[in-house]
Design a protein around this ligand. Structure first.
Ligand code: ADP
Length: 173
């Protein structure tokens, strides 16, 4: 079965990596898609291409080289497209989502129903991260970073490094 894990991944965190590792064990084929979210545009940190590059590097660092094979690209960008449409386009059978604290449940529940309806029955499979990642989100990482905090325990090392390089230039609007 082929699964699609889509998100903003701005930036990819260790929580996302936990979900990717679990999904890669279960599904024969896993595609990661970086989607632009207009609601998050004003707080964007990295371009879609930079996020893609950081996910490739993180997968290599986490022993997930099979997702980075150039002959069979598994880490893609899908700007301005409905995730279910993209899933159909690439022939995915299911969507992957991560479930953190209870607060994720409402919105995810709603999305499952919409995706089933507009995605002609497209189903969603959820994975839960390790407990230490329950409250981790990209937006929290960006916020801590913007206040000068250390985010190295929350993101892969290559992401921490890339964030440090934006230290003098990036400011959320
Ligand atoms: P965020 O909410 O961090 O901005 P994304 O839009 O990139 O995240 O999320 C993509 C998917 O990854 C969503 O299903 C989200 O619930 C999941 N996810 C995000 N952070 C974590 C985490 N710490 N643990 C598990 N799943 C997560």
């Amino acid at each position: 079965m082929k699964a699609l894990y889509a998100g903003s991944f701005d930036p990819i965190t260790r929580g996302h990596m936990d979900i990717i590792k679990q999904a890669a064990l279960v599904f024969e084929e896993l595609v990661i898609a970086i989607a632009s979210n207009p609601r998050k545009a004003s707080t964007e940190m990295f371009s879609l291409e930079k996020r893609q590059q950081l996910i490739v590097q993180s997968c290599m660092a986490f022993g997930l080289e099979k997702l980075t094979s150039p002959g069979k690209p598994s880490i893609l960008t899908c700007p301005g497209k409905l995730v279910v449409d993209f899933a159909r386009q690439i022939g995915a059978d299911v969507l992957i989502r991560g479930l953190r604290a209870v607060s994720d449940f409402d919105i995810e529940f709603q999305m499952v129903q919409f995706n089933r309806k507009i995605g002609l029955g497209m189903n969603t499979v959820f994975f839960m991260p390790a407990e230490r990642y329950f409250y981790l989100s990209s937006s929290a990482v960006r916020e801590i970073f913007s206040m000068g905090g250390d985010v190295s325990e929350f993101v892969p090392a290559c992401v921490d490094e890339a964030m440090q390089q934006t230290r003098s230039t990036w400011k959320p609007q």
